[in-house]
Design a protein. Structure first.
Ligand code: GCB
Length: 602
């Protein structure tokens, strides 16, 4: 693997730290294994529909409380209204069902012991979309992007008693956001993932990357490459990495800025794979800090039209997924939520999941590591993006930096997808091409793809040939295509007349196909919304795709029905996209078994 240059690492750190924030948005990796206090639970809130950041001229984050009868304060956090964190506000109160704007959340807490030798941070797993973090009456900064983590330091502000953390979250959809204004999923607003108080030594290990060097795969002694970065003023000269099961205890000399690139020789390494999702305990120590993680080592690459995992061809038996718990109708935000859907995917026979269309919760990626499920991860570069706007490109890079920082060490994550169904116009081609280069410079250990748009003109026409002509393919390792013949245009049997022409020596993933069905509704195979229609569509689609030269996997759309404001057909959709193989209540539809059978034969 090409190691990141130290200067690049620093640059990324700066991008992640200062692009949208005055100061202090610092990336802290692996929060789960640090000393933390959860700030989840009930938070008080105030709605700010006109986005004034204050009511009656009084900033909400100042937390004004009337002391005398004569005092004028025009908002109150203590009127009994609360929101559960983490969670989507839209599903918690009828008054917030369709609310898209700003809500201010307040949490108060005591911190019994504040130590001089420690630094304190507020870490937010994700808040959708634009977040203002304030603490004890001071604005710490803003974070943009609804699905990636961020941290702000509060060391100089934290007290033993009566701390108040006030976070404003604005979920308004805007044309220059990533994603842009219209999506086929629910715009769940609010603090959607865990919030915690993180305690670290004054100088601490804020980030590290380790991965298996693919050029050494065939060797007996393999090499693990790594990077390490410390944050703080009293930088030690040395750090240490320990992997007990591999008998590794290696000293790492640090540069004067607290970073290092390193390589370790390893013998008898058990490779991570779906059949053997072996994770090693890895501990890194530097100065007063010590952090442990569980990490798997594998390689992923392409050769001609094949995808190779650990040097061996693999067929990706996949399914698409949104980051929702359908039973709770909420954004997924726990290990239990992740387990629910990963268990279903394994029942279906999957070894691969496309986490559509934005970064999902970290719990699912960590659980996939343990269960041996490969993942495709993507950013919400979806319909309607302002391709010509350089600020939007910066936002996309920022989100990618945060996602890669979070998941770099996860063996399950093998593909970064840089876009979904975007028309190949010059501005978009330039944007995605820049982004592809950027992603490769931060992480050259994974494969790049993008779900390219179905061929509009040819789609739905019998006897047609699908030609892969999107210029962005040049930049990608894998060609991925969404194809809805039989649902959006034509009937399922028209799949018999469609062929696919590649012209590239690259593997192909069918990243979406499918159609809607209401679980429990039956009819003949031409009855729209019946389970039989969807079943027939799966039979014909699978037969069509299976003939594609270079087919390396598929991720039909989608494992479970999901909420979407675009889907309003009463009595059928009622706000749900019905293309799931499983209903929102957890019942399987007939098409589930068609795909399961196909995967059994692969
Ligand atoms: C697509 C999109 C996906 C939609 C799906 C549909 O092509 O990528 O986000 O939900 O079609 O159901 O139409």
């Amino acid at each position: 693997m090409l190691l990141l240059k130290r200067s690049l690492f620093l640059f990324l750190y700066l991008v992640a730290s200062f692009s949208f924030v005055e100061a202090q948005n610092i990336f802290i990796s692996n929060v789960q294994h640090r000393t933390t206090t959860s700030l989840n639970g009930k938070w008080q809130y105030v709605i700010d529909p006109y986005e004034t950041e204050g009511m009656g001229g009084m900033p909400v984050y100042k937390n004004y409380i009337p002391k005398e009868e004569s005092d004028r304060v025009e908002y109150s956090f203590t009127d009994g209204r609360t929101l559960w964190v983490p969670g989507s506000w839209n599903i918690q109160h009828p008054e917030l069902r369709y609310f898209e704007g700003t809500v201010w959340y307040r949490k108060t807490f005591h911190q019994a012991e504040i130590s001089d030798g420690k630094r304190y941070f507020i870490n937010v797993g994700a808040a959708n979309y634009l977040t203002t973090v304030t603490f004890n009456g001071e604005i710490l900064g803003k974070h943009e992007g609804g699905f990636t983590p961020f941290s702000f330091e509060i060391t100089d502000l934290i007290k033993e008693k009566d701390n108040f953390l006030i976070i404003g979250v604005n979920s308004a959809r805007k044309a220059d956001n990533v994603p842009s204004k219209v999506t086929d999923w629910s715009n769940h607003g609010g603090i959607i993932r865990d919030v915690s108080l993180v305690e670290v030594p004054t100088t601490f290990i804020n980030n590290y990357f380790v991965s298996l060097d693919k050029s050494t795969l065939a060797q007996k002694t393999k090499i693990i490459n790594g990077k390490l970065e410390l944050a703080g003023n009293t930088l030690p000269e040395k750090a240490r990495i320990v992997i007990p099961e591999l008998n590794i205890e290696q000293e790492l000399a640090l540069n004067s800025n607290g970073t290092t690139d390193f390589s370790i020789d390893v013998k008898n390494l058990e490779l991570w794979s779906p059949e053997n999702p072996k994770l090693y305990k890895v501990t890194i120590e530097a100065g007063d800090d010590k952090i442990s993680d569980e990490i798997g080592f594998r390689t992923i690459e392409t050769k001609g039209k094949e995808i190779l995992l650990n040097g061996e061809p693999i067929f990706l038996k996949g399914i698409c997924l949104h980051d929702e718990n359908p039973l709770r109708k909420d954004r997924a935000n726990s290990v239990e939520d992740a387990k629910l859907v990963l268990d279903w995917a394994q029942e279906l026979g999957c070894n691969f999941i496309r986490l559509a269309h934005y970064p999902h919760q970290e719990n699912i990626v960590r659980l996939a590591d343990k269960m041996g499920i490969l993942l495709w991860e993507e950013l919400p570069l979806y319909w309607g993006i302002q391709w010509g706007n350089p600020e939007v490109l910066e936002k996309a890079k920022q989100q990618y930096t945060e996602l890669i920082n979070r998941d770099y060490n996860r063996a399950s994550s093998i593909i970064w997808s840089i876009a979904n169904e975007t028309a190949p116009i010059p501005d978009r081609n330039k944007f995605l091409s820049d982004l592809a280069d950027y992603v490769r410079t931060i992480d050259d250990t994974r494969l790049l793809s993008a779900a390219i748009k179905k061929d509009q003109e040819l789609d739905g026409h019998p006897d047609s040939v699908y030609t892969y002509n999107d210029p962005i393919i040049e930049k990608l390792d894998i060609i991925s295509l969404n194809e809805y013949l039989g649902w959006y245009g034509g009937f399922p049997e028209e799949c018999r007349n469609k062929t696919f022409k590649a012209g590239y020596e690259k593997p192909i993933i069918v990243s979406e196909f499918g159609g809607g069905a209401m679980q429990g509704f039956h009819g003949d195979k031409y009855t729209r919304w019946s389970e039989e229609f969807q079943e027939y569509l799966y039979q014909e689609s699978i037969a069509m795709f299976d003939k594609i030269d270079g087919l390396a996997g598929m991720t039909p759309w989608i494992l479970v029905d999901f909420q979407s404001p675009l889907r309003q057909l009463s009595g059928v959709q009622d706000g749900w996209n019905r293309k799931g193989l499983i209903s929102e209540k957890g019942f399987k539809k007939k098409a589930f078994f068609v795909l399961e059978e196909y995967y059994r034969t692969k």
